[in-house]
Design a binder for this molecule. Structure first.
Ligand code: FES
Ligand code: FES
Length: 194
């Protein structure tokens, strides 16, 4: 049996600084703060900046509850480090609208009763906003596919879909209006993950 002999290091391993400074523009406000380099963007938002609208579900990129927009694109904030986003422009659910002036998606989620416990809702709305920004979805099937990264444990999928479809329809983004008529009854469909 051979033995592997590890050569000793000829230098000291670099020591990580306990904190690193980060500058982010969050909901149009600039923030400077220091975090440990391994802090996720999600933890930075919730624990350092008190923006608790963004939710932690799985912390592993599986549920979409932590979705925020970076430079207009949706991202799971649990899968990126705050220090990697230095200088980025971030929008969270708190930045999409205000209680007095809700964004169209926020209003549609209320109008369509698109939540039960509400835990997934900030991520669903931010993800839907990202979907609108991307401009790729033109049909109900494409909306279902492109929203499939956002799970809802309460199973509010038909109502979530109705809310998103209504906003898309108002914006003239739906190609096949026969497939779903905005303002009509809830679409007949199985839950996305059935
Ligand atoms: S908490 Fe980030 S995907 Fe679930
Ligand atoms: S509304 Fe409860 S998890 Fe979606």
């Amino acid at each position: 049996m051979s033995t592997v002999i590890q050569k000793p290091l000829d230098h000291q391993p670099p020591s990580l600084p306990p904190t690193q400074s980060v500058r982010l523009t969050i909901n149009s406000q600039e923030s400077h703060f220091t975090v440990a380099p391994w802090t996720t963007l999600l933890d930075a938002l919730r624990e350092h900046l008190d923006l608790t609208g963004t939710k932690k579900g799985c912390d592993h990129g599986q549920c979409g509850a932590c979705t925020v927009l970076i430079d207009g694109k949706r991202i799971n904030s649990c899968l990126t480090l705050a220090v990697m986003r230095d200088g980025a422009d971030i929008t969270t659910i708190e930045g999409l609208g205000t209680p007095e002036n809700l964004s169209p998606l926020q209003q549609a989620f209320i109008d369509h009763d698109a939540f039960q416990c509400g835990y997934c809702t900030p991520g669903q709305i931010c993800s839907a906003q990202g979907l609108l920004n991307e401009g790729k979805a033109k049909t109900e099937a494409e909306v279902r596919e492109l929203m499939s990264g956002n799970l809802c444990r309460c199973g509010a999928y038909p109502n979530i879909l109705s809310a998103i479809m209504e906003v898309m329809d108002k914006d003239g983004l739906i190609m096949d209006t026969k497939e779903w008529s905005a303002g009509g009854a809830k679409p007949e469909m199985d839950p996305i993950n059935s």
